[in-house]
Design a protein around this ligand. Sequence first.
Ligand code: GLY
Ligand code: MN
Ligand code: MN
Length: 456
Amino acid sequence: MKYLLFFLAGFIQWGIAQSSLYDTDLLPADFHVERRRQLRARMSDNSVVVMFANPVRNRSNDVDYTYRQDPNFFYLTGFSSPNAMLLVFKTPQTIGKVTTDEILVIEPKDEEQEKWTGKRMTVKEVTGILKFKAACYADSFQLSTIPFASFTKIYNPYFYNDVRDDRYDKYDLFDLEKNYRYLTDSLKTVETTGQYRLMNQLREIKTPEELTLLRKAIDISCQAHLDLMKKLKTAGTEYQAQAIVEYGFRYNGAEDIGYPSIVGAGENGCVAHYTSNRKKFTKTDILVVDAGGEYHGYTADITRSLPVNGKYSEAQAIIYNLVLKAQEEGIKACKAGNKFRSTHEATSAVIKKGLVDLGIIKNADDYQLYFFHGTSHYLGLDVHDAGTYGELKPNSVITVEPGIYIPPGSPCDKKWWNIGVRIEDDVLITTGEPEVLSAKLPRSIAEIELLMNSVK
Ligand code: GLY
Ligand code: MN
Ligand code: MN
């Protein structure tokens, strides 16, 4: 029994992405090759970027969370399995018998493990399919052959503090990182710096291949939200509404949710990142549904706030239309050259004035009591994606998501209590007018009520 348990440990580990066997629209290897070339172009002379795959994270006992590659690592490699290390050199280095400006170090093959977790990529596949100039297995790789002391600069990754050591595996991420730190921690002559600035600059601007995948994630997500609008009256709880929207993502090809779905009714809609989703609706609830599907790594981020009975009350409609007006002004501010914060300035100006006019606040500066988060973030491989947060630039994608949240007990007329409204869309910055990528999903009260009552 003990023997069997030993082998079962690691039974449910990472579903190693084998989707390339079936999907024909993954990012091509040339995309990742070009990203590495662009990275090199931005690196300083005589430098190296060092990156590690995401750790496998344990859920409990012998069950791990579904594996997801570190987005920076994926962006540069297309490699979606754990226990790997990437080295990108500014200029070619001679290491042993090879001269190369990049190496991907991967887990050795292991027939026994592969019976449980699926085939691991071979070095030949990494150089052939992923088009790496050099790759090797961790057990035949001597990290000490890399001339770390001779570089002027090393761009280091962020080191996670939750990397576990598999003591049966001498070549896992824990050991790769430990060896790397042993060789580089005490280098006196080499400047070490974070790599986030480089990666933020690169990932902020989406290539046409990335935009195709983002559009697909957003289209799938719009369709799922649309189905929810039509079916919400058949649901009686937050989790049933969640099930309808997440079913739509998966059924239409999304591999996952891009983030935990926020499905909050009434007072729960006033909690920005509410995710327990267990409440039974009361018939006057407004339901905040913030959910997006992930397609080939890229995620949508869409919110709609729906009356569970198919009709907004008078007070709900007033708040809803105020948030909608704020969002429209925010979208107008999505122009290349504007400061990143200009969308927030636009939405908060509308919300400040609206809350004062309605008598919900006396002093405009108190608006943050009811609108306490930012308006925008970048969107891509992460829901809160990498970017510089400087000026808005063409081919970046951001969200515009104002909200008003009035939990019970708030210092205003009781008629406003339990109203939470967020409206969130995904916007492509262009050289001209912004393109709302989630535009096909209705936002007006008239359209939403019509849809919600169109199916008996
Ligand atoms: N879904 C999280 C957010 O809107 O930022
Ligand atoms: Mn968002
Ligand atoms: Mn969201």
